[in-house]
Design a protein around this ligand. Structure first.
Ligand code: AMP
Ligand code: MG
Length: 314
């Protein structure tokens, strides 16, 4: 079996994972967190440089028989993508391994298909930066809808930062929302299969309500928006499976709402384990394997990054 090392560094997480055939031998990560601020690119890059050798050596477990190194080449923060690409190039030279650059968003999607029984799903990719409804249609992944401003995770983190919840705020908002009882009427922005969160972010700053109720109302409102666009994409494409990916998909309330919608229309709902929802290197190794088997490798000299590549450009 070909042993593949995956390296993830698009944003807050630096990760490394080892894949042997269909089996992950390791999946190690260290994510930037902060009490006061959000993802400042230079601060996140400093974090990755600090943890890089530890994460890589834990993932490699002393092995040197690495035949392929896959790294996240796009999309993401230029500051942090460069660190993963540099590590991949250095290790490729050291191990005499082949290099594969992969798109992080497609990695989220493909790992979901590997870890569940999903075959041809509509995919809700709800992460920090990205909020997209994607499906494979006529030969490529196409984006049916997306956020018109910020990603849903960034929206939650921005709101949380203003309330002193630190970064990342999503899990803390989920915990507070469980104690909320009152549904506050909030702006709901769905345009076709697109969403937007900016107006809502401005509105909640003006509220003078208990934080638990605001968190509860925020979740109910933004997740209803996401479920609505997923249902529209299912109806439009005629597909009958929904697959979740991205860190926000760890949220149990979002999972429950998606599951209810699927049940109501006779569709199958899929969600992989949290370890594969948040940014992780296992998914980079897995897409690296798929890509390598198609013969798509890059030379060390060509192994660059593409911070702005879109899912539908691949
Ligand atoms: P990713 O970029 O895919 O790793 O996702 C990171 C984003 O997921 C951050 O914005 C987090 O706040 C968000 N997140 C993580 N866990 C949860 C949760 N349980 N509920 C809502 N958002 C979450
Ligand atoms: Mg991601």
């Amino acid at each position: 079996m070909v042993i593949i090392l995956g390296i993830e560094s698009t944003a807050h997480t630096f990760g490394a994972a080892l894949l042997d055939g269909e089996t992950f031998l390791s999946n190690v990560k260290d994510s930037f967190t902060s009490e006061e601020e959000g993802m400042i690119p230079a601060a996140v890059a400093d974090h990755h440089i600090r943890v890089l050798s530890d994460v890589l050596s834990k993932a490699l477990q002393g092995r040197t028989d690495i035949e392929v190194i896959a790294y996240s080449a796009s999309p993401g923060l230029g500051h942090t993508l460069r660190i993963g690409a540099a590590a991949a190039r250095a290790l490729a030279k050291k191990f005499g391994a082949k290099l594969v650059g992969v798109n992080h968003c497609i990695a989220h999607l493909e790992i979901g298909k590997k870890e569940t029984t999903a075959k041809d799903p509509v995919f809700l990719y709800a992460s920090g930066v990205n909020t997209q409804v994607i499906a494979f249609h006529e030969g490529k992944f196409r984006i049916f809808g997306e956020t018109l401003d910020m990603g849903v995770g960034n929206f939650l983190d921005s709101f949380g930062r203003k309330k002193g919840l630190g970064f990342p705020a999503g899990p803390k908002i989920e915990a507070l929302a469980k104690k909320g009882t009152k549904l506050i009427d909030l702006p709901y922005s769905v345009k076709g299969m697109d969403t937007s969160f900016g107006g809502l972010l401005t509105k909640i700053e003006t509220l003078n309500e208990p934080l638990e109720d605001v968190c509860y109302s925020v979740q109910e409102t933004v997740f209803a928006m996401l479920v609505e666009v997923c249902e529209r994409a299912l109806a439009f494409t005629g597909k009958n499976e929904l697959l979740l990916g991205g860190g926000v998909a760890c949220n149990k309330r979002l999972q429950d709402m998606c599951s209810s919608m699927c049940k109501a229309r006779g569709a199958i709902f899929h969600v992989p384990a949290n370890e594969f929802l948040v940014d992780n290197a296992a998914m980079i190794a897995w897409l690296g394997k798929v890509t390598y088997e198609k013969g798509n490798t890059v030379s060390i000299e060509q192994a660059g990054i593409n911070p702005y590549e879109r899912t539908d450009e691949v």
